[in-house]
Design a binder for this molecule. Structure first.
Ligand code: FAQ
Length: 311
């Protein structure tokens, strides 16, 4: 039975959403709203962390010191994005540890795009241009999402991703000014990444189970197809400026669902790598906890000594 208090709380929540204001961590929220946010923010955080792998694979083989420094900084930024997003998710009452365990167990998802391999150095440029480009297009409206900590984390993430997108474009533009072989490498990379990048926006609206409710709650501001269309329009003139041809936009949604369910070309490898890194990091977490505990113990001793002295 719904009590009068519950009805008042729900009415307060509905009024905040209707006014376009933000819900903050200590505000009452319906359980479904909280669950949807945890699902989406965790999936986003995991995408940033797993998303370090395809490009990270090229750090040791970057063609110059300059390219290596740029790539290192970009991959490091992605780790940072993952951490802001895990922090935003923690405000909803789940720990980062728990989220990581759920990722490794396959109980939470990450973006389909990171199940495709980065096979050439041109892929580093294409990931910056198309994958960060799609991420920006999807995420700029999320700066106005209804949950405060998520929206605020998106502002900084979008600024950094804009920078990543430019560096990808600059890398591809440099290769396009190079040899025929380099130009062919760029075109081949764009041919492989175009459709998976369009699938980042999620299934077509007719197959999207969450969009309607998420838009009613102000979590999502546009549908998947609206954002996909916006991205295609934004990217076409950039492709022309680069001198590459974009493939057609006929997407294979069976392939998308296979990848989302863990059957992508690199799915098993990505999770195995994440699990190995998590297991190898156990001693760092234990050492950090032991250090934190010794700090707390030291503080408690100092307080009790001060209290003795005051008596
Ligand atoms: N991949 O009902 P909808 C980045 C799932 S960050 C995997 O439409 P929703 C930065 C969906 O979870 C990229 N699964 O779902 C970077 C749901 O399943 P569930 C990540 C997908 O949530 C760049 C089911 O399909 N960005 O790239 C995908 O309303 C370079 C039905 O779908 C974000 O996460 C997919 N593509 O809309 C890093 C942005 N699409 O959970 C490194 C925030 C859908 O019910 C290098 N997220 N699914 O079991 C969002 O905007 C939304 O969550 C959507 C999906 C639009 C992705």
């Amino acid at each position: 039975m719904t009590s009068a208090v519950d009805t008042d709380l729900q009415a307060g929540f509905d009024a905040t959403i209707a006014a376009g204001d933000r819900i903050e961590p200590r505000d009452w929220m319906p359980e479904g709203y909280r669950r949807t946010l945890v699902r989406q923010i965790a999936q986003h955080a995991h995408s940033e962390i797993i998303g370090m792998q395809p490009e990270g694979n090229w750090i040791t083989r970057a063609p110059s010191l300059r390219r290596k420094a740029i790539l290192l900084a970009k991959v490091q930024d992605e780790a940072g994005h993952g951490l802001y997003l895990y922090s935003a998710c923690e405000t909803l009452g789940v720990s980062r540890e728990d989220l990581t365990r759920q990722l490794i167990a396959g109980a939470q998802k990450y973006s389909s795009i990171f199940n495709y391999p980065a096979l050439s150095y041109a892929d580093v440029g294409t990931i910056g241009w198309l994958v960060d480009g799609a991420a920006i297009c999807n995420q700029v409206p999320l700066c106005r999402t209804s949950y405060g900590p998520y929206g605020r984390s998106m502002i900084r993430i979008c600024k950094e991703e804009s920078f990543h997108q430019r560096q990808g474009f600059e890398l591809l533009a440099t290769m396009m000014r190079g040899t025929d072989e380099q130009r062919a490498m760029v075109q081949e990379s764009v041919d492989r990444f175009w459709k998976p990048a369009l699938m980042m926006f999620g299934p077509p609206d007719s197959q999207s189970s969450n969009t309607e409710q998420s838009m009613a709650w102000g979590i999502k501001r546009h549908t998947n197809d609206e954002l996909r269309e916006r991205f295609i329009e934004m990217t076409a003139p950039q492709a022309a400026a680069l001198g590459v041809t974009l493939p057609d936009n006929d997407l294979d949604w069976d392939e998308f669902w296979t990848v989302v369910k863990g059957g992508g070309p690199c799915s098993a490898q990505r999770i195995a790598h994440r699990k190995r890194a998590y297991d190898d990091g156990a001693w760092v977490r234990e050492a950090a906890m032991a250090f934190a505990q010794s700090e707390v113990d030291g503080l408690a001793q100092r307080v009790s000594r001060d209290q003795e002295a005051d008596r």
